[in-house]
Write a protein that binds this ligand. Structure first.
Ligand code: G3P
Length: 235
């Protein structure tokens, strides 16, 4: 499963890239507004920071406006994916953009019937929002299972991008169900790394290491062991 960062914050993106952890980025108008920067230059910098798909969301309410925005977005960088909402106008725009070979991420998906229509309109990604469903006592991950079944039944190539991810168990459940991608805020990515037994285990190893006399604990090899020719090394 691919991991995307759901963020428009360059510092977070750079940090995640340095871990080798992310395959792409999703943004939305709320995340972009939080940065308080100019939209196009920010998105361009994001594309230059992360080598993978970058979703950039349209803000028109009608198909004509979404298509016009999407065409401009797609010229910014080859990795741009145009985000359109799962409305009738968004589906029209998805169809037209995908006919022009512009990849679309259909967002704000909350039902299997919506996901079926997104695929039929030619969506490249569909973004079901699992956390926002959980928030209203509906089972977000059950929606992912339904979409997976439907897409598999009919061979739709639209990729399932699990969004509104709130915690590591959402990520694990998405991977178990065979989702293509999970996008998450930086806080969830950090939580994926952490385990208390890793931290306490490392503490114990390093404390034990301190017990060695200083003369014995150089981590650089002594001259007698360094730089032996390859042929004399044991396999
Ligand atoms: O990018 C869309 C989505 O991931 C939003 O998440 O936490 O605002 O529901 P959230």
């Amino acid at each position: 499963m691919k991991i995307f960062l759901d963020s428009a914050n360059l510092a977070e993106l750079r940090e995640a890239v340095s871990w080798g952890a992310i395959d792409g980025v999703t943004t939305n108008p709320s995340l972009v507004a939080k940065e308080g920067k100019e939209f196009f230059p920010l998105l361009k910098e994001i594309c230059e920071t992360v080598d993978g798909p970058v979703s950039m969301e349209t803000v028109s309410r009608d198909a004509e406006g979404m298509v016009a925005e999407g065409v401009e977005f797609s010229k910014l960088h080859p990795n741009i994916i145009v985000k359109c909402p799962l409305t009738k106008e968004g589906l029209k725009a998805t169809r037209q953009l995908s006919q022009r070979k512009i990849r679309v991420n259909v967002t704000l998906c909350f039902s299997a019937s919506q996901a079926l229509l997104a695929a039929k309109a030619g969506a490249f990604f569909v973004s079901p929002f699992v956390g926002r469903l959980d928030d209203i006592s509906q089972d977000g991950m059950a929606l992912i299972a339904d979409i997976k079944t439907i897409y598999t039944n009919y061979g739709f190539t639209t990729q399932i991008l699990v969004a509104s991810v709130r915690h590591p168990l959402h990520v694990v459940a998405a991977a178990r169900l065979g989702a293509d991608i999970a996008t998450m805020p930086f806080s969830v990515l950090e939580a994926l790394v952490k385990h208390p037994l890793t931290d306490s285990g490392l503490e114990r190893f390093l404390k034990d290491w301190e017990k060695l006399p200083a003369s014995a604990k150089s981590t650089k090899p002594p001259a007698s062991l360094a730089a032996r020719p390859a042929a004399s090394r044991r396999p």
